[in-house]
Design a protein around this ligand. Sequence first.
Ligand code: FE2
Length: 334
Amino acid sequence: MQIEKIKMERRKFIRNITIGSSVVVLPLNLPAKSVAGKPKKKVSFGIITDVHADVMHDGDYRLRNFLNATKNKELDFIIQLGDFCQPKEANKSFFSLFNNHPGNKYHVIGNHDFDSDNGPATLDVVKNFYGLNNTYYSFDSSNFHFIILDGNEKGPDDKQGYPRYIGEKQRQWLKDDLQKTKLQVVVFVHQPLGDDEAGLINRSQIREIFEDANKQAGSKKVVACINGHTHIDQNQEINGIHYIQINSSSYRWLGSNYVMTGRYSEKLDNCYPVMRYTAPYKDALYAFVEITDNKIIIKGKLSEFVGPHPKDMGYKGSDLEYTKPDISDKKLEF
Ligand SMILES: [Fe+2]
């Protein structure tokens, strides 16, 4: 766990990319509207990510908060984007909170979901715990096609840290799955696929697969890719596809240069020793997303840091601009 988090500190500047005149402009299929002018297609879902139940003392509270907020909404499904909890008996009750949700629910596997007290858990252990036949899969909901990718595969040059790669077999499955569907596609994955060095090693290769599918379809088929992992609030558009980073429900990772105790009781600081390397968010963060014929509307949540803002602790990460205790509202067109 520590190695990855220290590695995350090396993340370099993340720049916003918008489509310019110099990049490929894909032909748009104008959305069909109903007679009443309402969108023909609409899918709604709730999203939470990076709860890190093994780091935080209040993971249960944060997850309950999200699940309570789903109750007065008409959602097609809920999804968590990884770094949820370690696959162990002690986390069964936390896991069941999510899985007892009465509607459709989906899991994306994060790198920390392989953590255990005895070295990395096997893929079978993770699959059994999360009740998955496979860690990459797809489903249709309300006239959209959703693809879940597993970014935790070992790459050819992986020597240290957590694996963050999508191998040949999964890439072929992705191409086939994109080919098979006639619907517009939204992708979920734990690690960023946009322009972020904390993302998958072969993120540009995966982006090319999306862009090829769009070219082949002659329309904007893949419209967005949504990730967790980075604990920042940021989005960018690359060659007509939105890459949306959903902030952690729980905290911003700061690392061993920014240790702070005393924000919680001494007992909690001792029971959850990794918490001192984080800047926790006061409230649970999560978002509700609505996608229509041509818009992605994200309703997020704003909070505050428990204790000082990282910049007041001297934190100088290149992603400081996106370091905030918020998931901001967004309205993105495609
Ligand atoms: Fe992660």
